[in-house]
Design a protein. Structure first.
Length: 317
């Protein structure tokens, strides 16, 4: 079976591990969010691509869900000793090597999709990992700022990591989205997919961001899509999807996220049992355990998503 999954960071990567276990003989293409990408110390950092690559390739720091296992921060400490900013983003020594290789290849003119393929040659994630676009896009957050006459735009990572999303986001914008194109292979992978899966990634700054790349939403709407709610009982399981949903005026609930995606996009929706009242015309909603609290649980959630997708894929198609 050919599966395409749009994925963000930690939750998406964890789900993909279960998807691989649930469909070992399938061909899985992951379209990774690059709106979180940031340039630090002259190096291009792609947090969501790296989280998927490290998680599926066996190098992730499991507790954090980002960065490398068995990590030291000698370079970070030395940069701090020079007073170099920013010091709020925790880049480890091993992780620096990834950003050095990526930046070298980008500087040599390789597109991000080829850079990602080269990095994955080492990590062997067992999926094809494609950036959503080779064009540079970045999520920026508009916050209130007393001295900067009321509003200031900061990089998503500064809002997410330095501020812990503690300052209300008035607006979240993907800078560069209009001019960006899907990376090579993205639209073909979606078109050729038997099913498209939305993991419980952040619906605003991960999956929502990927859908903003011109052409991707329309291509996905043509497919059978099953999503897993990132919200259980009114709260995100991890991360700060609630802060992001509030920023766009959406309630933090499985129902509201389903309505945000809409029935043109999503055909099936897995929700937790406490959210079993969720409903939307044209969408098959299934209530079941969706907490990824063990590899087995995650595999079962992924299997349930695939089973629901197969039941929805019209046999006459
Ligand atoms: N998240 C944090 O909360 N603190 C950090 O210092 C941090 C560093 C970091 C370094 C590399 C990387 O790939 C991810 C990192 N993240 C950190 C996570 C990152 O902000 C998020 O994973 C994504 O951008 C949102 O999904």
């Amino acid at each position: 079976m050919r599966i395409v999954s749009l994925a963000g960071g930690i939750g998406g990567a964890r789900f993909l591990r279960g998807l691989k276990a649930a469909a070992p003989d399938s061909e899985i293409t992951v379209i990774g969010n690059t709106g979180d990408d940031i340039t630090l110390f002259g190096l291009r950092v792609c947090p969501d691509l790296d989280t998927v690559m490290y998680t599926l390739g066996g190098g992730i720091n499991e507790e954090q869900g980002w960065g490398r296992a068995d990590e030291r921060h000698t370079v970070k400490e030395e940069l701090a000793a020079y007073g170099v900013e920013p010091q709020w983003f925790g880049l480890g020594d091993r992780d620096f090597a990834t950003h050095i290789v990526r930046t070298q290849m980008l500087s040599a003119g390789y597109p991000l999709s080829q850079v990602t393929e080269a990095l994955c040659a080492r990590w062997q994630p067992g999926v094809r990992l494609l950036p959503m676009s080779d064009d540079r896009t970045e999520s920026h957050v508009v916050i209130a700022d007393a001295d900067a006459d009321g509003r200031r735009a900061i990089h998503f990572q500064e809002w997410w990591v330095r501020l812990r999303a503690s300052v209300p986001a008035e607006q979240i914008a993907l800078v560069g989205a209009e001019e960006a194109s899907p990376a090579p292979g993205v639209l073909d992978a979606i078109r050729d997919a038997d099913v498209v899966i939305f993991p419980p990634s952040n619906p605003v700054v991960s999956i929502g961001t990927i859908l903003q790349i011109p052409g991707i939403r329309a291509a996905v709407e043509e497919k059978t899509v099953v999503g897993v709610s990132p919200i259980i009982g009114g709260a995100p399981v991890r991360g700060m999807a609630d802060a992001c949903l509030t920023a766009i005026g959406v309630e933090t609930s499985a129902q509201a996220v389903l309505e945000l995606y809409g029935s043109r996009l999503v055909d099936g929706w897995l929700v937790a049992e406490e959210d079993k009242g969720v409903a939307l015309d044209g969408v098959a909603v299934e209530a079941r355990p969706i907490l990824m609290d063990s590899p087995d649980a995650t595999r079962e959630i992924a299997a349930a998503a695939l089973t629901l997708a197969q039941s929805l894929t019209s046999p006459s198609a």
